[in-house]
Design a binder for this molecule. Sequence first.
Ligand SMILES: [Zn+2]
Length: 313
Amino acid sequence: MITCNVMEYSVGEVIGGVWFVDLKVGGEEEYTGIYVLSDGREALLIDVGPSSTGEKVLGALKDIGIPFDSVRYLLLTHVHLDHGGACGGLIRFFPKATVIVHRRGAFHLVNPDAVLWKSSIKVLGSVAEIYGKPEPVPEERIVSIEDTFYLSLGNLDFEILPTPGHASHHVSIYCRNYRVLFPGDSAGVYVPSLDAMLPNTPPPFKLDKALRSIDAMIALNPEVIAYTHFGVSREGLYNLSRCRRQLTAWYELIKEMKVRGIGKEEEEEMLGAIAQSDEDLKRFIAKSERLKGLQRGLRTSLRGLIQLVEDAQ
Ligand SMILES: [Zn+2]
C-alpha cells in the first residue's frame, strides 16, 4: 500500500496496481480524482482531471514510481472539464500515450475553444475557471471509439462501453481482472464519508439513456465501483441500483412539483421536498457544510432534471 499525502493532492493504492489520486480541485474535499492502473511495466490513466491540476497528475505518477514514457493510454470517460481538461497539457509529457475517447468527444479535445469551453462557462459559471481552460489535444494522438471497445494492457483486460445520459459521448470502463467499474459521471456521485448517493445530471441530461446505461453496467456485475466523484465503493451492484432508483424518484418528484407550480426559482424548496423521501439527500443537506464543490454540483444536477421535465411538457 502506497499512501502519500501532501497539501495539494493525495495518492492511495485502492487495489493492487490501481491508484486513486485525489486532486483536491479548488482545495475541495471528496470532490474529484483520477485512477492510475499499472501492469508492472506499462500504465494507463482513467480520466486526467481538469487543466488546472495537470501538474498534480505528474506529481502523483512520480510518487507512485511510474515513468512518463511507460504511460500508454489516457482513457477518458468523457470530455467535461473535470475529467478530460488536462489531456492537452499532459499528453506532451507522455510520448507513448494514446488518448481514447468516444467519437463525439474527440472534436472537443482537438478544438476546445469551438464549443467545449463556451458551453462549460454557460453551464458551470465560475467553476469552469476553477477547472481551467483546456489546451488542445493533437488529433494524431487520439483514437476515437463508437461501440464497445476492448483493450489490453499487459495482463489487464478492459471493456469500454458507451454509457450515454450524462453526456451523449460518455463511456464507462470495466476492468475484468479486478471486477472494477469506472463509471465516470454515468452512475451518480458517491460521497463516502456520508455514504450518500447524489444525481449527476447537469443539463442537457437524458434520463432514458442514463437508465439504459445503468442497466448495461449492472449487467457487467461489478464488485467494485471506482468513482471520479468520489473514490472506491465495494458495494458495486447495490450502488448502481440505488442510483437508478434515485434518478427515477427525483424525476417523478420534480414533475409533481412542477404541476403544483413549484418551479426552477425555488431550488431550495425543491431540494427540501425531495429530502423528505430521500435519506441520502437528507444526510447530505445536514452534513455537507464543508463540501462546497458537491453542493454546487447538486444544484447544477437539479437544474438538469428540471430542464428535462420542462422539455418533456
Ligand atoms: Zn461530466
